[in-house]
Write a new protein. Structure first.
Length: 394
């Protein structure tokens, strides 16, 4: 076990992927609205948790290697090896295997010719926000596109700003992102296109920036547990008020999309911050360190890539003898997660783990974390090793 990993963050990643899978797989057999379905509908929040976690981990890595002569080369090579091979394999299979079969059996409406190109260019969210392929097996790739767009720009932001300047940038971008969702013209578009405020990059920078803000404070040993707890509690109360006011837990609800996203992102940021500050302790931190959650966290990327394809196939297999309802949703969720898990294990063993080994060889950690002012922040994470991206769970 790598001693420099923050094990609790692996557990948070595990919680996030479980929530997302339950949310998506239940949609194929929707049941009548009730308290349980409302709770299941909250599973989409797992994506925001992923965003906060990504913003934190990536910014920690960038700050720790900011003065490396191979700063940009190492970062982009690591991201390429970690994300793109599995992603592009899934995109190719969808457009050149699954989609032709679906069209042959009239199971999916035709798409514009440039849809595939947008997926290859990591710009799919700019199309699916308006409904194109929004509910397809590659529909969830909108969030990967946002992260890749963020990764393209963020290394330069970190490089060109000082410590305090980065804090200002994070807060400013988060405020702009939240403010844009309140613009009446954009709200009008969202009334027609339910995914508009949820999938377009300018409206979804908030959680990534909160994660980056946590990283900036963490690397300067300025994370304040009491302040995080107060802000998270207030955000949770605000979020509950928004959802009760809108009588909905779905992201497509106008109140949730306009104001609820901010409350959700503050709660997710608080969860990540408290997990970091309480690492190694008992209670909730111990729950996050549980082997099952950490194992799901390790496999989360492949699970995210595969789970919609699995859910769609299971639905086709069970549609003939199961009607929509709670029982059908339970079967879809349980069988779907099990099948997705098997695929993810295979992906990890034969695709991801070999590429991660290659990443370690090609991009060794350039700067020991003990240099400069980063040391106090990571004093309890591990000793004697550089905090490269994998040692920070990235």
């Amino acid at each position: 076990m790598n001693q420099d990993r923050i094990l609790e963050l692996d557990g948070i990643r595990g919680l996030a992927i479980i929530a997302v899978m339950v949310f998506h797989m239940a949609q194929y057999h929707p049941s009548e609205p009730d308290l349980l379905s409302a709770v299941i509908d909250l599973g989409w929040i797992g994506v925001d948790l992923f965003f906060v976690l990504s913003g934190f981990l990536i910014t920690c890595v960038l700050l720790s290697e900011k003065h490396s002569p191979r700063y940009l080369r190492n970062f982009y090579l690591r991201r390429t090896l970690r994300i793109l091979p599995l992603y592009y394999a899934a995109v190719f299979c969808f457009f050149h295997v699954e989609l032709p079969l679906a069209h042959h059996f009239h199971a999916l409406r035709s798409t514009n010719n440039d849809s595939e190109l947008l997926y290859w260019l990591q710009l799919s969210n700019w199309r699916s926000a308006f409904g194109e392929l929004a509910a397809s097996p590659v529909g969830p790739f909108w969030s990967l596109a946002i992260e890749e767009q963020f990764y393209l720009v963020w290394p330069f932001v970190v490089l060109w700003t000082g410590e305090r300047g980065l804090t200002v940038v994070c807060l400013s971008l988060a405020a702009i992102s939240a403010g844009l969702r309140c613009v009446p013209q954009f709200q009008s578009i969202a009334a027609t296109h339910a995914e508009f405020l949820y999938r377009l990059t300018p409206f979804r920078l908030e959680p990534l920036c909160y994660g980056a803000l946590l990283a900036s404070l963490f690397m300067r040993a300025q994370l304040n547990g009491r302040l995080i707890g107060i802000c998270s509690s207030g955000a949770l109360l605000f979020l509950l008020a928004v959802m009760l006011g809108g009588s909905a837990t779905r992201y497509s609800n106008p109140l949730v999309a306009t104001y609820g996203f901010t409350g959700i992102d503050w709660v997710c940021g608080g969860l990540v911050g408290l997990a970091i500050l309480r690492r190694g302790r008992a209670g909730f931190a111990a729950f996050l360190r549980s082997p099952v959650l950490r194992h799901f966290g390790q496999l989360s990327y492949a699970m995210y890539v595969f789970h919609i394809q699995v859910a769609a196939l299971i639905t086709l297999a069970t549609a003939r003898f199961m009607n929509a309802g709670l029982a059908a949703s339970f079967v879809n969720i349980s069988v779907g997660i099990a099948c997705t898990y098997v695929l993810a294990v295979c992906s990890w063993r034969w695709i991801e783990a070999p590429l991660l080994s290659l990443k370690e060889k090609l991009t060794p950690a350039a700067i020991p974390i003990s240099m400069g002012r980063c040391a106090p922040a990571l004093a309890g994470v591990g000793a004697g090793r550089a905090a490269g991206p994998d040692r920070l769970n990235a």
